[in-house]
Design a protein around this ligand. Structure first.
Ligand code: FES
Length: 170
């Protein structure tokens, strides 16, 4: 079955072709292709997954299984900043639930949701391997450790401020 591509998406699909051609002969190529595709599209909608499946000859169920398994991949549009609160055992016993509740309270969204202004997406993650620093939260590539709920408003405000500044200078 062919996949319908809107004209406005053509450029992104052209980049996707280049990604597929570049990585498809390599070992572990599916994850690599999915990562790079998410950088292009911002997330991995069903259409992109179907296209990758078709082009690399891997069943769509396998592609979707990989996308669903790794929290790094998203099937929904994401905010500019992805917040991941670690809910692994070490973080959980050190109060990860309170951290998660503080984030939800501050930005008024639930786990798996994106704020209306598309600034934040909130996820709960598995252990990220920094258990000694629990409880831990990441925002894109930034890592916040030994958190308390009282730290959350100022951390998030830092991103809101940066975003506003970036908008003014554009
Ligand atoms: S449990 Fe959170 S970093 Fe390991």
């Amino acid at each position: 079955m062919g996949i319908r591509i809107e004209k406005t998406e053509a450029e992104n699909f052209h980049k996707l072709d280049q990604i597929i051609n570049r990585y498809k002969a390599q070992e572990g190529m599916l994850i690599r292709i999915l990562q790079k595709s998410q950088e292009v599209f911002g997330y991995l909608p069903p259409k992109v997954q179907a296209y990758i499946s078709q082009e690399v000859g891997i069943p769509i169920s396998t592609v979707n299984g990989v996308v669903s398994f790794y929290s790094l991949f998203s099937q929904e549009p994401r905010g500019k900043y992805t917040i991941r609160v670690c809910m692994g055992t070490a973080c959980y016993v050190k109060g990860a639930q309170e951290i998660l509740d503080a984030v939800k309270e501050e930005i008024q969204i639930g786990v798996g949701e994106t704020s209306m202004d598309k600034l934040f997406t909130l996820n709960a993650s598995r252990c990220i391997g920094a258990c000694g620093l629990a409880p831990v939260m990441t925002i894109n590539d930034d890592v916040y450790e030994r958190l308390s709920p009282a730290d959350i408003p100022s951390i998030l405000y830092g991103y809101i401020k940066t975003h506003k500044k970036a908008k003014v200078t554009h």
